[in-house]
Design a binder for this molecule. Structure first.
Ligand code: HEM
Ligand code: MG
Length: 332
């Protein structure tokens, strides 16, 4: 049977997380890393299996322990990812590319692609990765990071990546992809991850003893490139859950509002106002389970259906705080 997600941390305060029990070790040649600097860092410090293949409950524990993500936000990210990119039968997910290490796949059109799989969780307009149209969207890109740095220098307090830098960079990344990527997709659910991930570094990559929302470029590079905690790094002093993150995403959206859409050729952005907007959390939840998930699992049966239903319930437990009605893509 599938282990349930762990609940909130008991000891949920400030903590040195770059400690002797969790030394940095660069990944070995068989260790998998992917598009998420947060999870790559946790794997490089042993909060996750260093192989880069883990169970969803291990991921929930790791992001709570290592960064102090709130329990609901942790479950929301993890079970979304697991449903879309993981193996429901073996209960394993790769934090990077597809791998036989997640075991035998359920039947196509299921992909079990891992977090690097484009067009599932991974998507366009990332800050330090290129759009899949231009190359591997999972690996660090120096040109992108130079631009990240330039925006911190221009818009952030004391040349840090802060909420103002985040707002301007998020806007610019979308504009750039509109101009250059003929296959740009910027709709639910990518819009939500794009905005959350723009905010994350201002919260989780800043030392918890400082906690001023200002990420130095030196520390930014450590997290984004070698995927390493700075020396003496402390996690957030209290769990940072939806109530911490959502007002920040709202704040950066308000500086540069947009309508979701897709490019039909370069510089030809077709707005899709009938798809869920960034502010429509329940609409995005619904879109994930009733559209995105069903593309890969149109008609599951037997143990596969049971596993999907179990993970859907875990996923829903994270959105209950938003009072969304539960969606049942495969019936009740
Ligand atoms: C990006 C998954 C937790 C920080 C991503 C991406 C995925 C992902 C799939 C690629 C999206 C894209 O840019 O196209 C997850 C999952 C998590 C998780 C399943 C489970 C809890 C975290 C945590 C942090 C974090 C805890 C920070 C401490 C980031 C950042 C990016 C990102 C900053 C953007 C990278 C960029 O745009 O260059 N994550 N993530 N993530 N993640 Fe995570
Ligand atoms: Mg991406």
């Amino acid at each position: 049977s599938i282990p349930p997600p762990p609940g909130p941390l008991t000891d949920d305060g400030l903590k040195l997380v770059n400690d002797p029990a969790h030394p940095f070790m660069a990944p070995g040649s068989n260790d998998i890393r992917g598009p998420c600097p947060g999870l790559n860092t946790l794997a490089n410090h042993g909060y996750l299996p260093r192989s880069g293949v883990a169970r969803p409950d291990q991921l929930v524990t790791a992001v709570m322990e290592g960064f102090n993500l709130g329990n609901n936000f942790a479950k929301f990210l993890v079970y979304q990812a697991h449903l879309i990119d993981g193996n429901p039968i073996t209960n394993l997910i790769s934090i990077g590319m597809k791998t036989p290490q997640t075991g035998p796949d359920p039947p196509a059109p299921a992909i079990v692609g891992g977090l690097s799989q484009h067009g599932t969780f991974e998507g366009d307009t990332s800050m330090t990765r290129v759009d899949a149209f231009f190359g591997n969207p999972a690996i660090f890109n120096e040109t992108r990071f130079d631009e990240f740095s330039a925006f911190a220098m221009q818009f952030g307090v004391n040349g840090t990546y802060d909420i103002n830098a985040a707002a301007e960079l998020r806007h610019q990344r979308l504009e750039d992809s509109i101009q250059t990527n003929p296959e740009l997709v910027f709709t639910s659910p990518r819009i939500l991850s794009a905005f959350s991930e723009a905010v994350f570094p201002t919260v989780f990559f800043v030392d918890g003893t400082v906690n001023n929302g200002q990420l130095s470029l030196e520390n930014a590079r450590l997290f984004f490139q070698p995927n390493q905690f700075p020396n003496n790094f402390h996690r957030q002093p209290a769990p940072a859950d939806f109530p911490t993150i959502e007002p920040l995403t709202q704040q950066i959206f308000n500086k540069h509002p947009f309508v979701p859409g897709v490019n039909n050729g370069t510089n030809n952005f077709i707005e899709m106002p009938n798809t869920p907007a960034l502010s429509d959390f329940c609409g995005i939840y619904n879109d994930i389970v009733n559209r995105v998930l069903k593309i890969q699992y149109p008609n599951p049966t037997g143990p596969l259906l049971d596993a999907l239903q179990t993970n859907l319930n875990f996923f829903f437990s994270a959105v209950e705080s938003h009072n969304c009605p539960q969606a049942f893509p495969f019936g009740q």
